[in-house]
Design a protein around this ligand. Structure first.
Ligand code: PLP
Length: 389
């Protein structure tokens, strides 16, 4: 065996995004014990920073020791018991995953299905909640498979009105568009580290409201997932009165998350959101000047995930392969029904910079021209430049 030396890549797919040198440096700091007093102080800081980022001052916030899917698993397995009714809005791959998990939890699952590329329609969700009470309403705020943003405030409001607990997937939204647990009155929100936080994958920040915690305390049976059992997790992460060993925290990964949070608050949370919006406007202007179109209607587009329709006659996979080979640039493919039909271009965290926008337009223009599609890369760059700071 030899040491693995990864190639230099520029990550503009659906995640992971580029990890900044300062976060990489933090990951390489010496490992200390997870019960070391200094590490425990770091855990407290991370909890407080997550509460600030989610705007969840009254929620319990912790990073789960596994990727975003663990956040989904924790939310669903802790809130749902066999026989509970769960309403799940599905408008892409990740809503579908939530429904699949809720079924495995033994819940009676009712899906509200939407075309991929559409946001969740609160009116259709309301009809289903009105028809019969549900324990949970779950949806994806930022659907990474399509680039559509749903109205989390309206959907969490419906959950509260009809007596359901809300579960909001913010894996792609956190740090890219506004996420506001307090204003939405959301019950369980979870995210991942490899999208707009630009830390490596492998951790899932999660926030649980007091109502969610009370529902967990009142469960009839034990949570069927030991690692994600919130009560056990909080005996480790809760901190008050000393910690009980639950698992060994991924120590260096937490250094990385901590550093990415330090960087985010140094830049300013609001400034980070504005940067994502600006980079998206510039990229979108460039792509449109090239003759490309978006899957999602303008008002519902996520700045950090741009699903771009593949023009007639262009080989989707060949374009991705060309930009990877010539520019070391990774862009994403379509999933499920969108396979071969879209590219997913991420502008997430450290990958949301003017340099990334320029590089992507240049590389894509060249690859499209090689396919016989007349993309005017000069016009695209000029359109983008007019919107770049
Ligand atoms: N939810 C959404 C919206 C996602 O985009 C992803 C990953 O892309 C996940 C959940 C799952 O996260 P992970 O791949 O980190 O397990």
């Amino acid at each position: 065996m030899q040491s693995f030396q990864p190639p230099r890549r520029i990550l503009m797919g659906p995640g992971p995004s580029d990890v900044s040198p300062r976060v990489l440096a933090a990951l390489a700091r010496p490992t200390i014990g997870h019960l070391d007093p200094q590490f425990q102080a770091l855990m407290e800081e991370i909890k407080a920073a997550l509460a600030r980022l989610f705007n969840a001052p009254d929620h319990a916030c912790v990073p789960l020791p596994a990727p975003g899917t663990a956040g989904m698993e924790a939310a669903i397995m802790n809130l749902l018991e066999p026989g509970d009714r769960a309403v799940i809005a599905v408008n892409g791959a990740f809503g579908g995953r939530m429904a699949e998990m809720a079924g495995r939890a033994g819940a009676e699952v009712v899906t509200v299905d939407h075309a991929w590329g559409e946001p969740v329609d609160p009116a259709r969700v309301e009809e289903v909640l009105q028809a019969a009470p549900a324990k949970v309403l779950a949806f994806v705020h930022a659907e990474t498979s399509t680039g559509a943003r749903s109205d989390a405030a309206a959907l969490c409001g419906l959950a509260r009105r009809y007596g359901a607990l809300s579960i909001v997937d913010c894996v792609t939204s956190l740090g890219g568009v506004a996420v506001d647990a307090a204003a939405w009155d959301a019950d369980v929100i979870y995210s991942g580290t490899q999208k707009c936080l630009s830390a490596p994958p492998g951790l899932a920040p999660i926030a649980l409201s007091k109502a969610a915690q009370a529902a967990i305390a009142g469960r009839k049976e034990k949570v069927r997932n030991w690692l994600c059992d919130f009560t056990l997790l909080m005996s480790y992460w809760g901190g008050e009165g000393g910690r009980t060993y639950h698992h060994t925290a991924p120590i260096n990964a937490l250094y990385g998350l901590h550093e990415s949070l330090v960087a985010l608050f140094e830049e300013g949370h609001q400034a980070v959101l504005v940067r994502h919006a600006r980079m998206h406007e510039a990229l979108a202007a460039g792509l449109e000047a090239m003759g490309l179109k978006f899957l999602v209607a303008e008002p519902h587009r996520l700045p950090q995930l741009n699903a771009v329709l593949v023009p007639e006659g262009v080989d989707e996979a060949a374009v991705r392969a060309a930009v990877l080979e010539k520019w070391d640039l990774e862009i994403g493919a379509g999933l499920g029904p969108l396979k071969g039909k879209v590219w997913r271009i991420g502008l997430m965290g450290a990958s949301a910079t003017p340099w990334h926008v320029r590089l992507c337009l240049t590389a894509l223009g060249q690859a499209l021209n090689a396919q016989g599609f007349a993309a005017d890369a000069k016009a695209a760059l000029a359109a983008a430049e007019a919107r770049l700071p």
